[in-house]
Design a protein around this ligand. Structure first.
Ligand code: NAP
Length: 318
């Protein structure tokens, strides 16, 4: 696409898997944004200006009003804080930070500076999520089952940060399920029990079982596992007083009482950039911390189980 005067220049910070797989293609397709620069410690992106620190970008390019932060959550606060302080709009990859308090601080700063802060939850833009929310709106939820099982070697090869404190372990993908759950249920839930399985020598869990309640009698159970080989599972099943709903493929497919309603293309990040554009245009922010609150509560209530060590042989065997 040819750049126009009206496009908003945006910079990507952290050029890893998600920046290349999703952010760059979505910006390329976006009618509103154009990629103007990147900040990377290691990578180089052709056709745009490359910086090695956020500080250097902010100083050199006052014409870039928006940044998309795609680095791991443990190192995102400092960059977000500097960008907001410099009066820039910020999109945070999920999870929005390593702690709840740091994201609240960013929220406060964004308001103070009159900037947009967008704590993005890409799974909420999966094809069938909005229809699921609409269908559930008038129904009483009886039972919810989340099964989120994938192969960490396939999706996170060589990513040490996911295993370090603040990397969330299996909740890195699991929080996507919680971002859908918190978007579709008509009433909030809260964690009641949690069991986290830690591989020997790792600071983050490889598997988790979490139960929730909603004060209205609903039973909500979630199972997250990173040791799933073969077919991968990202399903949410909801039983109501008036039928059952199944969201599968991470929210891309919807079936009601077994009848398929929806199957769509993966264009979650196009939705995110459209939302970011709208937030900037309207001078607003979107920061919903509820998925992160559930993960924090799961850690607070956790019964810890020690499991076999995890050896990341994915890089050498890939
Ligand atoms: P990644 O491949 O490891 O890339 C992260 C990038 O961040 C690195 O390549 C690095 O880029 C930069 N970085 C800056 N400081 C770092 C540090 N201390 N340690 C490691 N990297 C650092 O990770 P990713 O999969 O893109 O995930 C990044 C974020 O996107 C996470 O919050 C994740 O939850 C989210 N996300 C990932 C996926 C997915 O499918 N992978 C999907 C949705 C959301 P430079 O070398 O350029 O500095």
């Amino acid at each position: 696409m040819t750049a126009t005067e009206t496009e908003i220049p945006v910079a990507i910070v952290g050029v890893g898997k998600i920046a290349r797989d999703q952010h760059m293609p979505s910006i390329e397709r976006s009618p509103t944004f154009r990629l103007a620069a990147v900040v990377s410690r290691n990578a180089h992106v052709d056709g745009v200006e490359n910086f090695s620190t956020v500080g250097a970008l902010l100083e050199a390019r006052p014409d870039i009003p928006a940044l998309a932060l795609c680095m791991p959550p443990q190192v995102r606060f400092e960059a977000a804080h500097a960008a907001l302080l410099a009066g820039r709009h910020v999109m945070l990859e999920k999870p929005p930070g390593a702690t709840i308090a740091e994201v609240r601080a960013l929220q406060w700063l964004a308001t103070d500076k009159g900037c947009t802060l967008f704590a993005s939850w890409h799974s909420r833009y999966a094809h069938a999520v909005d229809d699921a929310r609409q269908w559930l709106k008038e129904r009483a939820v009886r039972h919810v089952s989340i099964v989120w099982k994938e192969d960490v070697r396939r999706w996170h090869p060589g990513q040490d940060w996911v295993w370090q404190a603040g990397g969330l372990g299996v909740f890195d993908p699991g929080i996507n399920a919680l971002s859908i759950l918190t978007a579709i249920l008509p009433h909030p839930v809260h964690v009641t029990t949690s069991e986290l399985s830690f591989p020997q020598g790792r600071d983050a869990p490889i598997a988790a079982r979490v139960d929730f309640a909603n004060g209205r009698g609903a039973v909500v159970e979630a199972v997250f596992d990173w040791r799933q080989e073969g077919p991968q599972t990202w399903d949410i099943d909801v039983v109501t007083d008036d039928g059952t709903l199944k969201l599968s493929d991470g929210g891309a497919r919807l079936a009601i009482d077994g009848a398929k309603r929806h199957a769509g293309d993966d264009r979650e990040y196009d939705g995110l950039y459209a939302r970011f554009a709208n937030l900037i245009a309207t001078g607003t922010s979107d920061v919903d911390l509820s998925p992160l609150v559930h993960v924090a509560d799961a850690f607070m209530l956790a019964r810890r189980v020690n499991v076999a060590p995890f050896d990341d042989d994915s890089v050498s065997s890939a």
